[in-house]
Design a protein around this ligand. Sequence first.
Ligand code: GLA
Length: 382
Amino acid sequence: MTSPAPLYRERFGRPPEILITSPGRVNLIGEHTDYNDGLVLPAAINRAIVVAAGLNDANRIRLYAAAFDAPVEFPATAPAEVPLAGWARYAQGVAIQLAARGVILRGVDAVIAGDLPIGSGLSSSAALEIAMALALEHAAGVTVPPRERALLCHQAEVEFVGVPCGIMDQFAVSLCRRGHALFLDCRSLDTHHIPLPADVVLAVCDTGVRRSLQDSRYADRRHECEAAVRLLQARRPAMASLRDVTPDDLPLVDDLPAPLRGRGRHVVTENVRVIETARALESGDTGRLREIFLASHHSLRDDYGVSSPELDAMVAAALEAPGCLAARLTGAGFGGAVVALVCRDRQDAFLKAVARGYRRRTNRTGTYFTSQATGGAEATAT
Ligand code: GLA
């Protein structure tokens, strides 16, 4: 990946002080469960947002995103003064959240670059937020603990950008560990790192169909889950969220009107699949993953209503490609990417075959790469 350091030097006339690498993520399983207090299992990937940053004495936060070729700036002492638009809002939201926690922000110059595709469901927003938090912390001379950083970045996205996302992405970008998936309980915030088999790689198969979480269908799903809980509470007042609904309670869920019945059933069964996946990985029983992932994909398609013809075609193409252990849509759905677990020594053959199979089914090209599970965001002095 090309470093943003030369661009930084060109724009600001001096070398950067730090380079921040903030990875994207795939979610192995546990989709649309995070905002229902449920379980998720993401892993960070080797595509990242990379930020070159250094202090300035202008007391301004000056940002330049290579992909958008548009410099923006705002005062460090009053980060909310002039509300910015587009990608810069994510950065500004993080500055506002840090300031709200009593961090005295100082002027910083930053160039934002990297190779993480935007809008493919690989968490480019969370990667940008966490990178900005690290840059602003560096300038302010403080270190926010990684969990708190994840929470404040999530709050920035929900409250300032206005995207009603769950906490999975910011936690994944912040806490993932190399070679591991991150098991996160979104209610207790307990985490543990689950080793992934060394002979398996993560394949990202992007349908090329873009979607945005600002898309109202994501918020619709959240509201449907809340509506399902309200109806369930009439019979079980102690149910605070769909997390409290066990597989034994599924007959209650089946009594709900459509589409709430399907939404509830997906969340309840998906939480079980996260546990099954974690157990299969921990016990080396990777043969089980195909069935679990496929059940998740079908549940997202039929009960949750977030798949698309392209995502279904990509999963079918992946499953028939050599070396594929398991495949399902990853992230919010409605477009974006499929994740597949692939035998390391078959990855080249897999990538060729999945591209061919997807093209045959949809007449579209798609983009494809494989990755190891990598570590979360980190800053290194230059
Ligand atoms: C997006 C959101 C996450 C999560 C997923 C669906 O990636 O940012 O919080 O809800 O969708 O699992």
